[in-house]
Design a binder for this molecule. Structure first.
Ligand code: GAR
Length: 204
């Protein structure tokens, strides 16, 4: 069976990458295969996860490229070179400009650790998102998988899952609950959904 080629872009621990790898193994992801992992951080633990799963992996840093524009050009050439159908941002901590998002219009998805449109956009990433949710005092948060366009966290929503905030939560405790109850579930599900659409020609 033909499968959509998936590239996963990472910057850190890569627990979402791991959820994708596990989902491919268990068959939750059946319409796509992860062919490449790209990290913009040297030494990201996500790279070890890719290595263990025998997935090709490369490091592309802004520092080595010299500018955001050259960084994005390099990313585009690596991803086009691998013939990638879908790009999954899984904890990728770099905002991509229109130059990049246009090169893969409708073909990039991202997981964000809140219920968009709350606690999202520039400056809201990683633990900061959970700090903001706790300091605002919301009682429910969650995660969102959405298409990526030139507006940070502004593309069309694909899937969301709510997570309860509990008395005594710290940003770290909340981050873990949001990952376990929401991110690691909806990211693989949304990835399969979009791969299916790509294969059926629904997304050109
Ligand atoms: C995840 O919580 C992800 O949603 C978030 O960073 C974490 C990465 O963890 N992404 C963002 O905040 C993007 N705006 P991981 O490396 O273990 O997957």
């Amino acid at each position: 069976m033909k499968k959509a080629k998936i590239a996963v872009l990472v910057s850190g621990g890569g627990t979402n990458l791991q959820a994708l790898i596990d989902a491919e193994k268990s068959g939750i992801i059946n319409s796509g295969e992860i062919v490449l992992v790209v990290s913009n951080k040297v030494g990201a633990y996500a790279l070890e996860r890719a290595e263990k799963a025998r997935i090709s992996h490369v490091i592309v840093t802004k520092a080595e490229c010299g500018s955001q524009s050259a960084f994005e050009e390099k990313l585009i050439s690596v991803l086009k070179g691998a013939g990638v159908d879908l790009i999954v941002l899984a904890g990728f901590m770099s905002i991509l400009s229109e130059k990049f998002t246009r090169a893969f219009a409708g073909r990039i998805i991202n997981v964000h650790p809140s219920l968009i449109p709350s606690f999202c956009g520039k400056g809201y990433y990683g633990l900061r998102v959970h700090e903001a949710a706790l300091s605002y005092g919301v009682k429910v948060t969650g995660a969102t998988v959405h298409f990526v366009n030139e507006v940070p966290d502004g593309g069309k929503i694909i899937m969301q899952k709510a997570v309860e905030i509990k008395e005594g939560d710290t940003p770290e405790i909340l981050q873990k609950r949001v990952m376990e109850e929401a991110e690691w579930k909806i990211l693989p599900e949304a990835t399969e959904k979009i791969c299916k659409k790509i294969l059926s020609g629904d997304i050109l």
